[in-house]
Ligand binder design. Structure first.
Ligand code: PGA
Length: 250
């Protein structure tokens, strides 16, 4: 059985007081014990979020990490710093990092290495833009992202990774991929892993869907065999919505 994961990426949202309000609300809510819940706040809040949520067995993650180990890289965050304040996960290659900060697959591969070397579980994001889907290139784009970002890993490391399929046209737009579109791409990704590694490895890796996932559509998405959970943006900012999504597995 694969892990079920619901991860909430706050992006660049919330100030100190709002974080405290979120934390006291989420502590009161319940969700199934077989779902791993991950809260991914801006890095300045990781320690506080971890301190409050660790006793509740809710994990914490970072939104990005450096491709370097440490040193003179002003403004960057090393994977080992993130781990040292209690986070277990790190998002790598979110489409906003790719689009606004020029992150390419080659650099993302190095970030994956840093994450794994420091015992962080990377959530590696992939997904096509609207024009790429319309041109029929969505499988090719995702294949390239997965190959160049992840497939340098040996078998024992690829199993430590989580993949998030996030079609760029669905992120923050209110337009969700249909369950069929999402399942089709998740199967495609799993088959890439079968071809590169093997069936057994492919069965182990959680593949999350992201892009306007909310309490109204999560159930339909998560009902698919290859959709193992979600990477949630907007709806993860509100504890009730986030937890409602975690309660959407059948
Ligand atoms: P969204 O964001 O849920 O707000 O569409 C998803 C994401 O960027 O991970």
């Amino acid at each position: 059985m694969r892990k079920k994961i619901v991860a909430g990426n706050w992006k660049m949202n919330k100030v100190d007081g709002e974080v405290k309000t979120f934390l006291s609300a989420i502590k009161q809510l319940s969700y199934p014990s077989d779902v791993d819940l991950v809260v991914v706040p801006p890095a300045v809040f990781i320690k506080e979020v971890t301190n409050v949520l660790e006793p509740k067995k809710i994990y914490t993650g970072a939104q990005n990490c450096s491709e370097y180990e440490e040193g003179a890289y002003t403004g960057e965050l090393a994977a080992k710093m993130i781990r040292s304040v209690g986070a277990q996960y790190v998002i790598v290659g979110h489409s906003e990092r790719r689009a606004y900060f020029g992150e390419k697959n080659e650099v993302l591969a190095l970030k994956i290495d840093q994450a794994l070397a420091n015992n962080l579980t990377p959530i590696y994001c992939c997904g096509e833009k609207l024009e790429e889907r319309e041109a029929g290139n969505h499988f090719k784009i995702v294949e390239k992202q997965i190959e160049e970002g992840l497939f340098h890993l040996p078998i024992e490391e690829i199993t430590q990774c989580v993949i998030a399929y996030e079609p760029v046209w669905a992120i923050g737009t209110g337009v969700t991929a249909t369950p069929e579109q999402a399942q089709e791409m998740h199967v495609f990704i799993r088959n890439l892993i079968v071809k590169k590694y093997n069936q057994q490895i492919a069965e182990k890796i959680a593949i999350l869907y992201g892009g306007s996932c909310n309490p109204d559509n999560a159930k339909e998405l998560f009902a698919n065999l290859d959709i193992d959970g979600g990477l949630i943006g907007g709806a993860s900012l509100k504890p009730e919505e986030f937890i409602a999504i975690a309660n959407s597995f059948s």
